[in-house]
Ligand binder design. Sequence first.
Ligand code: MRU
Length: 347
Amino acid sequence: MNETATLWWNAENTSIHYIEQTLLPNEYTIIKCRSIERLATAIKRLEIRGAPALGVAGAYGVALSAVLADKKEIQSFMAAVQRDAGILRSTRPTAINLTWGIDRVLASMTPAHDCNEACSRAIAKAEEIAREDTACCHAIGTHGAALLPDTCTVLTHCNAGALACSSWGTALGVIRSAVSAGKKVKVISCETRPLLQGARLTAWELARDGIDVTTITDSTAAHLMRKGMIDAVVVGADRITRDAVFNKIGTYMHAVCAHHHKIPFYVAAPRSTFDENNSERDVIIEERGREEVTIMGSRTYVPDEAYVKNYAFDATPMELVTAIITETEVLRPPIDIHKLLSHYNTT
Ligand code: MRU
């Protein structure tokens, strides 16, 4: 199995390196990023994407800001880092991991006596967050693999794979771990309109690992469920509140269909994706530009006069979730996220 990282800190050049995901599967390009504005653009354009990867990007972003900031005096240094943190925080509103990664690195810097110490602390914490993310994905994988039958077909939506994390993946981590354990897993990957993360990224990742993957249009999913061709649905999450799971637009329709056909609907996500302070109504669902829907290649498919709605995510009510697979345990209904989070004390 491939264990290459999606984004990492290059200590030599004090810069962030990442796989440019908008170019996949046609081009595999590594970008070397040494500016906050460039990083913010990369996040907005989905060059770096997926909730856990955004957490790591936010963490490395604060570290990069600390490297670049003027180090004459601690207060103005911290003010500059806070400003950059604000720029990064505002890039995407739904995935809670972004803010979580940023805040953890900021918190690690405050006991420092001088700018250089604060900077070293920021880099060390960001690297720790990236390592932790990989470990979480493996633990999620192990817990989730045990839930899958020895031979099965799993439907997934969007990309909750290595590319969406620091490596391995959450939903695809479950599949990778099951395959590593000797299970025969076939994957149905929904293409995920409009940006095709399923078709471009999930299919690319799994094919590279020699895992059997079939791409379908999003609207084919219900048909396959009705035909008895899907044994389980496994998806990732961008945010989990006490009452709902936020994930890529289209996830909710898979959950409704899975419920109707009595197919287990699993969500695989680390602790960094849980939001105990909010409920569904408090969360902002990102809306993106009309061109993502209207233009394919060089052609426009929607008349200029037509309105377009381009929500990036939807919310699946908790009652449609069979279980949430975390790095520490598998939560089954009634799912109580407060109880889960009371076991954690992350700094
Ligand atoms: O808009 P994206 O590509 O960032 O959306 C990503 C998803 O919806 C993923 O399913 C989610 O972040 C989980 S990734 C482990």
